[in-house]
Design a protein around this ligand. Structure first.
Ligand SMILES: [Cu+2]
Length: 125
């Protein structure tokens, strides 16, 4: 990914912890794995999945209500959470990140949606 694309990806997201080292920094490192995410009522459209970082999520709201992709977990003792902004129906955005091996939770941060089932495991190898 070039730097311009990286800036675009970051601009589309509200990062709760922007300084986390987990965010892919657009270096000349490994090419990201592209993962398509189609959010809708009431699924993350991901299933429980295993990925190899760095990952670029290409996210679309394929539902009727606002949705977003958020990922939370722990790296060592440090809890983190990262989220895209809320997407209206039909809107798209991207989120790039790389995480140490482990299992994290992807979910929709719009109130009530996680409880409706918009939650799944996301494992980084
Ligand atoms: Cu949602």
């Amino acid at each position: 990914m070039n730097n311009k694309a990286m800036l675009g990806a970051l601009a589309g997201c509200s990062l709760f912890l922007a300084s986390m080292p987990v965010l892919a920094q657009g270096s000349a490192a490994a090419k990201p794995t592209v993962v398509q995410v189609r959010l809708s009522e009431w699924t993350m459209g991901l299933g429980a999945m295993k990925v190899k970082g760095p990952v670029q999520f290409e996210i679309m709201n394929a539902g009727k209500y606002p949705h977003a992709l958020a990922i939370r977990g722990k790296i060592g003792d440090q809890a983190f959470e990262v989220s895209t902004g809320w997407l209206k129906a039909g809107e798209k955005t991207t989120l790039s990140l790389n995480l140490p091996g482990g299992t994290y939770t992807s979910y929709c941060p719009v109130p009530g949606h996680e409880e409706e089932g918009m939650k799944s495991d996301l494992t980084f190898e």
